[in-house]
Ligand binder design. Structure first.
Ligand code: FES
Length: 157
């Protein structure tokens, strides 16, 4: 099971537990996410948390890589373990409103392991084409071998 699928499975039924009143949100600050604007999103997240009056129940920090580098910027919400990907300025208020304040993870922003980035799709397509070409080459070699064997048999007889 891929990291994305595992993440989605963990979060699908996750609803904020009334007894769990503390959350930790870690915005990935590893190199790829930083290059894609993670710092600005972390600042925006802090502002949204204050605007929603959640500063006593939600702690934020600059976190480590969440393993979804090609889908960054990412952030993890604990204790649920949800990892949000492809974050942008529109996603942050939605996550704060729906998940951190409302208790319902925003599934549309949690990768499910099925959605591929364009480069992943291209790599899969190339791999499929390479396998098909290899199969075709094996068949052609087998045919050529049979034909050669038949020609040799004709010359011998
Ligand atoms: S660099 Fe951010 S998830 Fe890996």
């Amino acid at each position: 099971m891929s990291a994305g699928a595992l993440n989605q499975a963990r979060c699908l039924g996750a609803v904020m537990d009334e007894s769990t009143d503390l959350r930790c949100v870690a915005v990935c600050h590893a190199s790829k996410c930083r290059r894609r604007g993670a710092e600005a999103l972390a600042v925006q997240l802090d502002k949204e948390i204050i605007a929603h009056g959640l500063e006593g129940t939600v702690a934020t920090r600059r976190g480590r890589c969440n393993g979804l580098c090609n889908r960054g910027p990412t952030m993890a919400v604990r204790p649920e373990g949800c990892v949000y990907a492809r974050l942008n300025a529109e996603a942050i208020p939605r996550i704060v409103r729906e998940h951190l304040a409302g208790g319902r993870p925003v599934h549309a922003l949690i990768p499910n392991g099925k959605d591929s980035t364009p480069s992943e799709k291209k790599a899969k397509k190339q791999l499929k084409a390479a396998r098909k070409a290899e199969k075709h080459a094996r068949k052609a070699a087998k045919k050529a071998k049979k034909r050669l064997a038949a020609e040799l048999m004709e010359r011998v007889t």
